[in-house]
Design a protein around this ligand. Structure first.
Ligand SMILES: [Zn+2]
Length: 255
């Protein structure tokens, strides 16, 4: 039992071993996102509602941060001139109770989206192993959308926790993140494999060599999955070396 000081509530934590399932057969690749929670190598997008939840949480955090900064400035200005007013600002406007309550609601909303996405993915795919990129890449994706740094940090933690938990429930041994270098720029067609920054334009992937067109996240998830069995490109292969290997493969295909 945990007493939450600023919620005036009591939370009861039940520690019960979750029901576990035997591992499935499949290998699956996922691309984590900031619009939907994830896209898998079949092209399915899980919980596209997530983007809005994350955006609103981020807006709330950024807006609150700005307002609080202004109030702190007002507090400092009045500290000597009008200590009574300063004290009131401190107590009524700079308290943390209300802020925490609102924030908790946003967090619960996002957590719910993450849970639902991963549950659906594990249930539908029943993977034996999951290929995924290093979670730090999510920061770049969040930055592109202008999401708050705090929210992005929180998101990585929430996803890591969910992934760990469900890997346990579905008896999956997690090999850790694969090397995802150039997975969003490489043509997934077996006979092609051309790597080029121009292949990707926002959500759209269009191979500059063979003309293959597809959803960029789907392409990334497919390539991430391919890295599971890649003998040459391992977790430790440097970025530049990855590109050299990919180009070598393309030119071998087209000799
Ligand atoms: Zn191609």
């Amino acid at each position: 039992m945990v007493l939450l000081p600023d919620e005036q509530a009591v939370e009861i934590h039940m520690s019960r071993e979750p029901k576990t399932y035997p591992a499935g057969e499949e290998e699956a690749g996922i691309d984590l996102g900031v619009t939907e929670v994830l896209t898998d190598d079949s092209g399915k997008k899980y919980r596209p509602e997530y983007g809005q939840a994350l955006q609103e949480m981020s807006d709330h955090v950024l807006d609150k941060g700005r307002k609080r900064q202004k109030l702190w400035a007002l507090y400092r200005k009045n500290r000597e001139r009008d200590p009574g007013k300063a004290r009131r600002i401190r107590r009524h406007n700079l308290g943390l109770v209300k802020q925490h309550k609102r924030h908790r609601r946003y967090r619960a909303w996002c957590e719910n989206e993450i849970n639902r996405a991963f549950r659906a993915f594990f249930r539908e795919r029943r993977p034996r192993v999951i290929a995924y990129e290093d979670l730090s890449h999510l920061r770049g994706k969040a930055r592109n959308k202008g999401l708050s740094r705090k929210v992005s940090q929180w998101q990585r933690q929430a996803i890591r926790g969910r992934l760990e938990y469900l890997c346990h429930v579905y008896s999956i041994t997690d090999p850790g993140p694969v090397n995802a270098a150039y997975t969003s720029q490489t043509c997934p067609c077996p006979g092609c494999g051309w790597v080029d920054g121009k292949n990707r334009n926002g959500d759209l992937f269009r191979c500059q060599k063979c003309g293959y067109e597809g959803d960029a996240d789907h392409v990334a998830a497919t390539n991430v999955k391919g890295r599971l069995r890649d003998q040459e490109i391992t977790k430790y292969t440097p970025h530049k070396e990855v590109k050299r290997i990919l180009l070598k493969r393309y030119w071998e295909n087209h000799a």
